[in-house]
Design a protein around this ligand. Structure first.
Ligand SMILES: *Cc1c(COP(=O)(O)O)cnc(C)c1O
Ligand SMILES: [Zn+2]
Length: 394
């Protein structure tokens, strides 16, 4: 018995050359050899009958937006309760915030402790629907844990490639979930090369950031939630810790879709890509007005999710920053560690170092007048700090 989700998913479209790709087959990146850009899931929004009011009775997970997600049969949904995370005001840090309202959307209680749960819940569900049995992923840590958990839940198989320098909790959790974990003497790009080769050789699905289209769909639900939780009024600024950039691209896609649905107006937030000094190619390209980022790896950062030397979708990330009249800030480890301690001590939240970087970036932006009095700024804390404690002292 199939029970349909009511998904309005219609096809995939290359964001660069516009080539259409079929929705009911396994797809990776654009098949046009000269393009190979990322694929974006498209929906028949004109056929939508769901209302904002009906949403209120839905379960508090990202699957409340199932009409706008790619899975068509309910039985293929692999869920651990991901999504619908709280938006918390940062009351006690307000000596820095003056007339600005600062909110933190807190992903630290997601399954496996990060927002990677969103993307992998949706990607594993859709892959299961299309008959995939084995997955492979290069990861800085959180994506590997999330893939391993969802694959365990689905009864499938995962191979995880992680830099040797990753804190031990990331390796242990993935192994406990039954994944085959390989430690690599290198960064995430080195892991990616191996994952890619093995995927081709063995017919595994490579779920690297933006090399398949559905992790993006999971991440876009953050944009839907921000709109719904703020009563369909978007904040003025969103700060996002940018590694591969799925979140920033996904949230922007959500705002497009919400406007098509007529659920929000045309006023959009300015999107701010916050990076680590370790890998700040997007920051550099944005401020130098370049179309693409260069490969850049300055070595270790405690914010391992931000050590991405060259995002696959660099061009798309930079386009979102420009279209949104956005900004970019690069943060040193010593500053993000101060920020992490401030949020913990004053707000009771042990944020991931990647999320902590946003608080430092916020201070830079407000001090230099790039966020103004009367505005609302939303910081997207992407994960929990607990898995990073090898590298953080109390
Ligand atoms: C992966 C990760 C990021 C970077 O996310 P992208 O979508 O790849 O830009 C940020 N924070 C944490 C905690 C992560 O795990
Ligand atoms: Zn293309």
């Amino acid at each position: 018995m199939t029970q349909t989700t009511g998904s309005l998913f219609s096809h995939l479209r290359c964001v660069e050359c516009g080539k259409i790709h079929e929705e009911n087959q396994l797809q990776t990146v654009c098949r046009n050899e000269n393009c190979k850009s990322i694929l974006s899931a498209q929906y028949d929004f004109v056929r939508n009958t769901l209302t904002k009011e009906e949403l209120k009775n839905r379960p508090a997970t990202l699957w409340r937006y199932k009409e706008f997600l790619p899975v068509s049969d309910e039985k293929n949904i692999v869920s651990l309760g991901e999504g619908f995370t709280p938006i918390l005001p940062l009351h006690h840090l307000n000596e820095h915030t003056r007339g600005i309202r600062v909110l933190l959307k807190d992903e630290s209680n997601e399954p496996t402790g990060s927002f990677k749960a969103r993307g992998l819940s949706v990607a594993v569900s859709k892959a299961k629907e299309l008959g995939v049995k084995t997955f492979v992923i290069p990861t800085a840590g959180n994506a590997g844990g999330a893939l391993a958990a969802y694959v365990a839940r689905a009864g499938l198989k995962a191979h995880v490639f992680m830099p040797k320098l990753t804190p031990s909790a990331f390796k242990t959790e993935a192994r406990l979930f039954g994944a085959n974990v390989t430690e690599i003497d290198g960064n995430i790009s080195d892991c990616g090369k191996l994952a890619n080769a093995l995927a081709a050789e063995n017919g595994w699905l490579d779920v690297s950031t933006l090399k398949e289209p559905f992790r993006l769909e999971g991440k876009k639900t953050m944009g839907y939630e921000i709109a719904e939780q703020l009563s369909w009024t978007l904040p003025d600024v969103i700060l996002y810790p940018t590694g591969g950039g799925t979140g920033i691209i996904g949230i922007w896609k959500a705002f497009d879709e919400l406007e098509k649905l007529g659920w929000t107006g045309s006023k959009r937030p300015r999107m701010v890509a916050v990076q680590s000094e370790s890998c700040n190619g997007i920051y550099t390209a944005f401020h130098q007005n370049e179309e693409r980022s260069a490969y850049k790896d300055n070595g270790f950062t405690v914010a391992n999710g931000l050590r991405v030397p060259k995002p696959y979708a660099d061009k798309v990330i930079l386009q979102v920053l420009r279209d949104s009249n956005g900004d970019s800030v690069s943060v040193r480890d010593e500053d993000l560690l101060i920020a992490l301690r401030e949020i913990a001590a004053h707000e009771g939240i042990l944020v991931a170092p990647e999320g902590a970087a946003l608080w430092h970036a916020y201070k830079v932006l407000s001090r230099t007048g790039r966020i103004e009095d009367g505005e609302t700024a939303l910081l997207l804390n992407t994960g929990s700090g607990y898995k990073y404690l090898d590298n953080i002292t109390g």
